[in-house]
Structure formats: structure tokens, C-alpha cells
Design a protein around this ligand. Structure first.
Ligand code: CTP
Length: 397
């Protein structure tokens, strides 16, 4: 699990987005974290401590003078053996308090008393006018100067009926931010382009040729690169997956569209990772009308094929080329075919797996081929393998 063993203090302040904190607590605990909820008195107007206690499985703290802490120092005890503090939702008033070092309740006091190396994350939630107010923006600038990450807010319709900036990020987005916090920033600031999924080559308006690629591995690689601090663009064929948080998704259908999308974004890239299962061929005589079974008395229509551009080879041939990583699913002789394919494609790193049984699965085994030979990455979830792969790429770029 992504947050196994991590201890998070989740601070709630007054705002309607407190209702999302319930879901966030579930998401964090499901990911393996232990969550200690601390609420301001305003937060208790929006959601009860009972709910938060039930979801976190821990007594909620509200008050600096809580008798349950023997030494009466919850602001110290609650922040000494934890991995991060997340304030979600964080009200305009609480942002003001953090910016000015106020400490007139338990939550603000424990934030001020936190050890210097303990990350404090802030997820603002408020009405758009409050967010846009120069006073709030001054306080936000101060938090940024103090190295406090500001997560969101998002724009959209607000609980008050107005529209604009100030919506708290969704629980799953905040979860991704917390997970990313603990990932080493091995590709900080690098630009990474990933292809993923299958392609779909039309035969007629209702039919086409595709393959069993689910996109899971490519999406996992994009997510791991994003969590490693990279700016990630994901060019994806049709999948049922949601784009990983923070990743720019460019959806395409055909191999040629994928090629064009990659080539128009490649100049800015430091790393190119081709995970997509691109069709080798497309139908060059696509019918504009649905093909009928017995048209003209023929039982079979004659499809004509033309070769799709090899996207990976095109990128590898650029000068200068980004660091190129290819994928290969082989049904047998992986060690031989993988080593040969790396050289044939003209790339420094090729990732092999035994296909097609890996398609759609959540786990996999990988073999990395480079100029020194091959290295095995034993069976693990695609997400863990993606993180290991990103670490291997980071060693080489
Ligand atoms: N690839 C690509 N563009 C294509 C075909 C493949 O970018 N038109 C990339 C894939 O994303 C993958 C790598 O090339 O990273 C290997 O794909 P594969 O189809 O196995 O390579 P081929 O050269 O087609 O080899 P084979 O003869 O085994 O099909």
C-alpha cells in the first residue's frame, strides 16, 4: 500500500468541505496510513468528531487542554512521531493564522510547534471572493515563502452557489498529493512523455482493430514519474482508466494520431517512455459506411493495410533525442528478443515482459535491457514496478 506505516495528522478547520474530510480519512487509511484527526471548534459545526473518530479509528483531539494527554501537551505529543500534517479543509482564517504564527487553539498551536522538518500541507477551501481577496493572497504568498505546499484550490461551483476558485481538491487528489510527498524526487523538473494503452484502427464507422492492452502499466509509469517530480504528458489510446492526478492527458485513437501527438510534444522532453501497444498496421481502405455481410455477393471484404509509423524509432532517431525507453511483450525467448529489440530500436533501455498474459493484470514481472545486459524486476504490482523503473531511469539520465 502506498502509505503503509505513515502517520498523518489530519487537521480540519471550519468550512463546508469538512464533508470531504470523511472520505479523505477513508482514502488515507485504505492506503495504509494511520490518521490522527484534530479539529478546530468551527470544524465541529460542519462534521462531528464522532464521524471522524469512527472513520479514523482514533479519538479526535479538539482542545489544547484535553485531559487524555497526561502531560497536557497535545501540541507536542501529536507532532513528534508523525510523517506529515495535512490541513484539509484549510479556511481563510486558518491560513491567516499559519501565516502569522498564531496559536490560540490546539490545531494552530501544533502547527507552530511542529518540528522544522515535519511537512505541513495545506488544502484551502473557501468562497471564491475570500480566496481572491488580497489579504488571503498575501497570506498564501507567506505560506509559500515558508515552504508550505498549497494543494489546490480548484475552480468550480461552490456550496454557496457562486462559481470560482476556492473549492477544496477532491479526496483522491489530496491522497495523491500525500503519496507523492513521500516519493523521492528523482526526476524533479524533468519533462517526461509516456505513451500508453492500445491503438484503435478503424475498419468502418463501427468496427476496428485493437489489442488487449489495458493501459495499466503506462498509466502507472506516468503516475510514478509525476510522483518523482517530473512534468508528465501522457499520450494514451482508448482505455477505461482515469488520467493520473497532475498528468497532462492527450487522448488519441489511432497509431498515426499517437505518432503526431508525440512528435508535436517531443521537443520539450527529457525522457520518452513508449509503453503503448501500437498497432503495426492500419486499414488504408477504411469504409465510410458500415460494411455489409453480403455486399455484391462477396462474403469477405478485402482490407488493405499500410504500416503505422514506428513512434519509438522516430523519437530515438531525433537529434538530440530524449532518453528513450521502450517496452516489449514477447511470448517466448524474452532474453534474446529483448536484447535484440533494444538494439534494433536504437534505444538505451528496453523493458521486457512475457505477454500477452500481463495485459489487464495488476501485477507483472519486468526485465530491463541496457548496454550492460539485463536486470530482473521480480513480480510486484504494476505501480511498484513503475516506481522501480522510474528509479532505474533516473540513475541513467
Ligand atoms: N512502438 C511504437 N510505435 C509502433 C510500434 C511500437 O512506438 N508503431 C513501441 C512500443 O510502444 C514499444 C516498442 O515500440 O515500446 C516495442 O514494440 P513492438 O511492437 O514489440 O516492436 P516491434 O518492432 O513491432 O517488434 P515485433 O516484431 O515483436 O512486433
Amino acid at each position: 500500500m502506498d502509505l503503509n506505516g505513515k502517520k498523518i495528522v489530519l487537521g480540519l478547520t471550519g468550512g463546508i468541505a469538512c464533508y470531504k474530510a470523511a472520505e479523505l480519512t477513508r482514502a488515507l487509511t485504505k492506503a495504509g496510513a494511520s490518521v490522527q484527526v484534530v479539529m478546530t471548534s468551527a470544524a465541529t459545526q460542519f462534521i462531528t468528531p464522532v464521524t471522524m473518530q469512527a472513520l479514523s479509528g482514533k479519538a479526535v483531539y479538539l482542545d489544547q487542554w484535553d485531559d487524555r494527554i497526561a502531560n497536557h501537551m497535545p501540541h507536542i505529543d501529536l507532532t513528534r512521531d508523525v510523517d506529515a500534517i495535512l490541513i484539509a479543509p484549510c479556511s481563510a482564517d486558518f491560513i491567516f493564522k499559519l501565516a502569522h504564527g498564531a496559536c490560540d487553539d490546539l490545531l494552530s498551536t501544533l502547527c507552530l510547534a511542529r518540528p522544522g522538518n515535519l511537512p505541513l500541507l495545506v488544502a484551502p477551501a473557501m468562497n471564491a471572493e475570500m480566496w481572491n481577496n488580497p489579504a488571503t493572497q498575501r497570506n498564501i504568498t507567506q505560506l509559500q515563502l515558508d515552504q508550505i505546499p498549497i494543494l489546490g484550490p480548484d475552480a468550480g461551483v461552490q456550496a454557496c452557489g457562486e462559481t470560482g476558485m476556492g473549492r477544496m481538491l477532491e479526496p483522491e487528489q489530496l491522497l495523491e498529493e500525500v503519496i507523492a510527498l513521500f516519493q523521492p524526487k528523482l526526476l524533479a523538473g524533468q519533462h517526461v512523455l509516456v505513451t500508453a494503452g492500445p491503438t484503435f484502427e478503424a475498419i468502418d464507422p463501427v468496427r476496428g482493430i485493437t489489442n488487449h492492452s489495458s493501459g495499466k502499466m503506462g498509466y502507472a509509469v506516468a503516475r510514478a514519474a509525476q510522483q518523482a517530480g517530473a512534468h508528465v504528458t501522457l499520450v494514451s489510446g482508448p482505455t477505461t482508466l482515469q488520467a493520473p492526478y497532475g498528468v497532462q492527458l492527450i487522448p488519441v485513437e489511432t497509431g498515426r494520431q499517437m505518432h503526431d501527438a508525440v512528435m508535436s510534444h517531443i521537443a520539450a522532453q527529457d525522457v520518452f517512455i513508449a509503453v503503448a501497444a501500437v498497432a503495426d498496421w492500419y486499414v488504408s481502405n477504411i469504409s465510410t459506411q458500415k460494411l455489409k455481410k453480403n455486399a455484391d455477393g462477396n462474403h469477405m471484404c478485402a482490407l488493405q493495410f499500410a504500416e503505422n509509423p514506428d513512434i519509438l524509432a522516430s523519437v530515438a532517431a531525433l537529434s538530440p533525442a530524449p532518453y528513450c525507453v521502450g517496452f516489449a511483450a514477447e511470448s517466448e525467448n524474452l532474453l534474446q528478443y529483448g536484447a535484440e529489440k533494444r538494439i534494433k530500436k536504437g534505444i538505451p533501455l528496453l523493458v521486457g515482459n512475457i505477454g500477452p498474459q500481463t495485459f489487464g493484470q495488476d501485477d507483472n514481472t519486468l526485465v530491463l535491457f541496457d548496454e550492460h545486459g539485463h536486470t530482473n524486476l521480480p513480480r510486484a504490482s504494476k505501480q511498484l514496478l513503475a516506481q522501480q523503473l522510474i528509479a532505474e531511469i533516473a540513475k541513467r539520465v
